[in-house]
Design a protein around this ligand. Structure first.
Ligand code: PHE
Length: 449
């Protein structure tokens, strides 16, 4: 395989793990996972989720890493280099990254606004959950405030991308990921010490298999893919910067463990807090933006805890928006032959316009609908229910059936220097189990069952 010259590579072994974990750990882990788990049987969901991560997510991540490092190209260029007819898979990733950024930047902007308002004490001024609900509703409908914070978030992402792969992406991950873990552990300890915190833990960990239905498996799988950032070319793009001696299996295993750990710890932070004040756990956005601020408010040092919590969300979101931006920037840079600087600006401008429109679709532009949904909801729906499962499905089919086995083996074993005892199992999962389960999730999402 011909390798492109002058391409950036990541430094040490740890960098590959930190950068990929930065992409995986995001809003999907901290607000979505705890709520989805709580709603789908707590501990029972956790067991199914972990099985999905290990049996489907992990092999797919190794597959994406192999495609990226075998070609050293952006998502589109990588699939094209391996087989021209499969470049659509790269385009699916670039389009999905663009559309995800459209709503992800908006929610990230909210976390930034809530962090600032926690720091200034503004958020501590209200008392009842109703008041927090009305400030949240007013805030997201406001025509300019969320757009302002979203723009700030877009610029922060741009700034890191503009610094390049080593000085931007790698360095930021080395600072932000350890920071994220320190905050998460401090918040978990704080939460565990709350009165009635045990009830929250029971709610989160008690395996309630009565709530498990076939669709629980599909929910768990969708959550696992979004959370691990697979199926859209992010891991292909990042692995294209990995060094030849990076162990792809160990990297994927470490990223998967870290991502799952963060999701579980987020539940440990959120549920004891929710139960300590006797509030029923609610749906995603309201849990983090309405219920939690009202809980923080009743605690000593409320400003500190709520600032730290929203800082955690900002950090988690930022390392994910960086990875989504990089998928598009690398594509525009390499395929359209623009300088990296120009490619980064083009990506920033286009995603900022989409994100602003998505933000306004929750208020003044609410009457513009796509398939009966406002723009914000339709971006979320289209990516999570169609583009990501489709990307995952075709990735397993491509790597399992189409890709030259020698290329795959050379990547996984680093040209024969590493042993891979469960290679047979890996191929079996990629060829049969992943596509079959993904086909089911896809059909279920389209309402076939
Ligand atoms: N994994 C990120 C999260 O959990 C979101 C993401 C999805 C990032 C796809 C990149 C690609 O929030």
């Amino acid at each position: 395989m011909k390798h492109s010259q002058h391409r950036a590579t990541l430094g040490g072994k740890l960098s590959a793990v930190l950068v990929a974990a930065g992409s995986s750990v995001g809003l999907g882990n901290i607000w979505r996972f705890p709520y989805v788990a709580g709603d789908n049987g707590g501990g029972a969901f956790l067991v199914i989720y972990i099985l999905c991560v290990l049996l489907l997510g992990l092999p797919l991540m190794v597959a994406e890493f192999s495609v990226g490092r075998a070609t050293h190209r952006n998502a589109v260029g990588a699939y094209r280099a391996l087989d021209r007819r499969w470049s659509f898979l790269g385009y699916n990733g670039v389009v999905a990254a663009f559309l995800i950024l459209g709503f992800y930047f908006v929610v990230s902007g909210w976390t930034a606004e809530y962090m600032v308002h926690s720091l200034t004490g503004e958020l501590a001024r209200y008392s009842t959950a109703e008041e927090y609900k009305s400030i949240f509703d007013n805030f997201i409908r406001n025509p300019w405030r969320p757009v302002l914070y979203t723009s700030l978030f877009v610029l922060a992402t741009h700034f890191v991308i503009a610094l390049g792969v080593q000085k931007g992406i790698e360095r930021s991950a080395k600072v932000l990921m350890p920071l994220l873990f320190v905050i998460l552990i401090a918040l978990s300890i704080h939460s565990l010490l709350m009165p009635h915190g045990g009830d929250g833990l029971r709610f989160f960990f008690r395996p309630d298999f009565s709530k498990v239905t076939p669709s629980t498996v599909l929910v768990a799988l969708g959550q696992a893919f979004f959370s691990l950032s697979i199926g859209i070319g992010t891991m292909v793009t990042y692995a294209s910067y990995f060094k030849p001696d990076t162990n792809l299996r160990h990297t994927a295993l470490n990223v998967t463990i870290l991502d799952t750990l963060v999701a579980v710890l987020a539940g440990v932070v959120i549920f004891p807090a929710v139960f300590s004040v006797g509030i029923a756990p609610e749906s995603g956005p309201s849990l983090v933006f309405i219920t939690l601020p009202s809980i923080f408010n009743g605690m000593p040092w409320s400003m500190v805890w709520s600032s730290v919590f929203f800082l955690l969300l900002v950090v988690a979101a930022l390392t994910s928006t960086i990875s989504l931006h990089e998928v598009i920037t690398a594509y525009v840079h390499e395929e359209w032959h623009l300088s990296r600087r120009a490619a980064a600006w083009a990506t920033t401008a286009a995603t900022a316009v989409l994100a602003a429109a998505a933000s306004l679709s929750l208020g003044v532009l609410g009457r513009w609908t796509v398939a009966g949904m406002n723009l914000f909801d339709s971006l979320d729906y289209l990516t999570a229910n169609i583009l990501l499962p489709a990307g995952g499905f075709f990735t397993c089919v491509f790597v399992g059936w189409r890709l030259d086995r020698r290329i795959l083996r050379a990547q996984i074993t680093n040209d024969g220097t590493l042993r891979f005892r469960i290679y047979g199992l890996f191929i079996f999962l990629l060829r049969y189990v992943c596509p079959a389960v993904l086909l089911l999730i896809f059909l279920d999402n389209l309402g076939v069952f």
